[in-house]
Design a binder for this molecule. Structure first.
Ligand code: HMG
Length: 389
């Protein structure tokens, strides 16, 4: 059998919602010392969706940045990973497909398993590319994390999307074939049909996350995965920065390594600013690492841990490709953060409540954002999206 060409992540881009709330506003309102959020959770701000945006508009904006650079040649599949989907039947990806002007000869699907699904999408993409190396798979991971106002989960909300192209001979990161998987049914976090906010058993969710890390790492190692000391950088699913730090400390302990655990700072930077982006979060971490690590990471191995409540975990690793820096646009990432309009608690509360409008009732939305795509409202009980010139 001939050697397969390396496959992995070729291009990547990020988008976030167009409003931002400093967590000090929530701390003040909830009578909590702000240090609990800034230091205890390690989070600073969170992106908040304006009236005319949702996971489709954010996902399409991130994907457009990828396609502007890479073009659409070879893209025959779009996998939209989300757990905050906008329809029970129609894929968010089909809306994005039209907004992006993708060709008709493109299969489109939406997948869900809490924050894990973008990693399943990556694996599906690698499978398709192994079968036909001339094809590319566009993965769009996009989510808005929402909990009840005043709840313990409230400061861990957020909104963002990452899009990436999976292809042969990738420009950013070749994904190694070994991966470790762990699944166990558990009620740590879920969102019943008809509810727009997640239900969560916070303490249990922390334990479930760390248990899945242990299970996935054990599977990874037993299948010949690299040892802890052979991995140069680590990225974890990041509901809040402290969780990634706890995960890293646990892995270090599990691995019984004498070497000091590598610092995570560069990979944590982006999520500290936007909050939990659920299934996009791990890839926000990866983008943040590639853009912010001061060292040249060419040839270095990065370990990736994906966790989706409920729960599924996967540990995998990739090798950063020479010349990766020429594929990155950190100034674009920064611009997405800087252009967000700050809101105070009251405006945030109104936006939070507006998000709960009945899905099957017609309404229009005010043009509140200036991104390339907007959610215009519902008419004929169907969601309407517009592309700006
Ligand atoms: P809590 O119970 O209110 O917080 O909510 P706490 O009492 O555990 O305090 C948090 C940290 O702040 C602690 O640090 C405190 O000591 C510290 P730790 O001991 O853990 O290192 N602290 C302070 N630090 C400095 N100054 C102070 C101060 N006060 C306290 N003044 C909880 C925390 C995470 C439970 C809550 O935010 C929550 O329920 N969040 C949502 C669930 C979640 O994010 N779970 C994470 C794992 S599950 C997951 O990642 C999947 C998920 O993304 C969903 C999906 O898969 O789709 C959520």
């Amino acid at each position: 059998m001939s050697e397969l060409a390396p496959a992995g992540i070729d291009e990547m881009a990020f988008a976030t919602a167009h409003r931002v709330l400093d967590l000090a506003e929530i701390a003040r309102r909830n009578g909590v010392e702000v240090g609990k959020y800034y230091v205890g959770l390690g989070q600073r701000r969170m992106s908040v969706a304006a009236e005319d945006e949702d996971p489709v508009t954010m996902g399409a904006e991130a994907a457009r940045a990828v396609l502007d650079r890479a073009g659409v040649a070879g893209v025959r599949t779009l996998v939209f990973a989300t757990e905050s989907g906008v329809d029970q039947s129609k894929s968010a990806g089909v809306y994005a497909h039209r907004l992006l002007g993708l060709p008709a000869h493109c299969r489109v699907v939406e997948i869900k398993q809490a924050c894990y699904s973008a990693t399943a999408a990556l694996q599906f993409g690698l499978g398709l590319v192994a079968r036909e190396p001339s094809e590319k798979v566009l993965v769009v991971a996009s989510d808005i994390a929402r909990y009840r106002l005043g709840s313990a989960g409230e400061p861990t909300q957020g909104a963002a999307a990452v899009a990436f192209l999976v292809g042969a001979n990738p420009g950013l990161m070749a994904i190694e074939p070994v991966s470790g998987i762990f699944t166990a049914e558990i009620d740590d976090f879920w969102r019943p049909n008809g509810m727009s906010e997640a239900l969560v058993d916070g303490k249990l969710s922390l334990e479930a996350y760390l248990g899945a890390l242990e299970g996935a790492w054990g599977d990874y190692r037993s299948r010949g995965g690299a040892g802890f000391g052979q991995i140069d950088r680590f990225c974890y699913h990041q509901p809040f920065a402290k969780m990634a730090l706890k995960a890293h400390a646990r892995l270090h302990e599990l691995a019984g390594s004498d070497a000091p655990a590598a610092r995570l700072d560069a990979g944590l930077a982006l999520s500290r600013e936007v909050g939990n982006s659920y299934t996009a979060s791990l890839y926000l971490g990866l983008l943040s690492l590639l853009e912010n690590d001061p060292e040249d990471l060419s040839g270095r191995r990065v370990g990736l841990f994906a966790y989706g409540s409920g729960c599924v975990g996967e540990f995998l690793a990739g090798i950063v490709q020479p010349g990766y820096r020429t594929r990155l646009r950190p100034e674009r990432t920064l611009e997405s953060l800087v252009r967000r309009v700050p809101v105070g608690y009251e405006e945030y509360r109104i936006l939070h409540e507006l998000y709960e409008r009945p899905a099957a009732q017609d309404y229009g939305t005010a043009a509140a954002t200036d991104g390339p795509f907007r959610f215009a409202g519902v008419s004929g009980m169907a969601r309407r999206y517009e592309r700006r010139a």
